[in-house]
Design a protein around this ligand. Structure first.
Ligand code: CA
Length: 231
């Protein structure tokens, strides 16, 4: 079904080739890079639909690479899945904080990896040409940069828009305030964690008149989740 382009950044040839083989067989177009330098060259040459980044790279850590991609305007929308070894599991949280959309722990089967890739592509809206994401009565038009309920625009400030856009494309997952800061401000600006609460409050207020403020849920001790299920 696919034809989607995947860039693999992994220095270990055996693993890289195994992944590339599995993905090609599943119909993906694959490009390979062994380090940051090659990854940059590949990205400049042709934009992939998703990047797989290994945690350990020779010239720059996968974490740094991901952070860089998520910081830069041209690549920030690009979905990233990090590949980590079991020993690095404790660093998963870091991986997500760097802006990675998901992570897969080695060893993994090609099948498992492909399932995760497809899930991330679906979430990111890259699996179709339409940039419209719907969640309950909310309709996100990424090209038009607006969110509507039955044709009525939800009044949102720029930050609340970004926040709701992020929530709608990453539903049913808990994000810490720290992770939200990283995703919404790119992690390179100093913003207090409490700022998140302020924007969440504003966002709920905007959603209230549509009866949808219940979607933005507080998860005690953890952060926030955007969910259609009752809290
Ligand atoms: Ca490696």
């Amino acid at each position: 079904m696919t034809g989607k382009r995947i860039l693999i950044v992994e220095d270990e040839p055996a693993i890289r080739q195994m992944i590339a083989f599995g993905l090609r067989r599943a119909g993906f177009e694959v490009r390979e890079a062994v380090d940051y330098r090659e990854a940059r060259a590949a990205l400049a040459d042709q934009r992939p639909d998703l990047v797989l980044v290994d945690w350990m790279l020779p010239d720059m850590s996968g974490l740094e690479l991901t952070r860089t991609l998520k910081r830069e305007r041209e690549t920030r929308e690009l979905p990233v899945i990090m590949l980590t070894a079991r020993a690095e599991e404790g660093d998963k949280v870091n991986g997500l904080e760097s802006g990675a959309d998901d992570y897969v722990t080695k060893p993994f089967s090609p099948r498992e990896l492909i399932a995760r890739i497809n899930a991330v592509l679906r979430r990111s809206g890259a699996s179709g040409l339409d940039h419209v994401v719907e969640f309950e009565a909310l309709k996100l038009d990424q090209q038009g940069q607006r969110i509507t309920v039955e044709g009525q625009t939800v009044p949102l400030g720029p930050t609340e828009y970004r926040m709701l856009e992020f929530f709608m494309t990453h539903p049913e997952r808990v994000f810490s305030r720290d992770q939200l800061l990283d995703r919404l401000w790119g992690g390179n600006v100093y913003v207090e964690e409490r700022t998140i609460d302020v924007h969440v409050r504003r966002l709920r207020k905007s959603l209230e008149k549509f009866g949808l403020d219940r979607l933005v849920q507080t998860v005690r001790g953890s952060g926030y989740r955007f969910s259609a299920k009752a809290e």
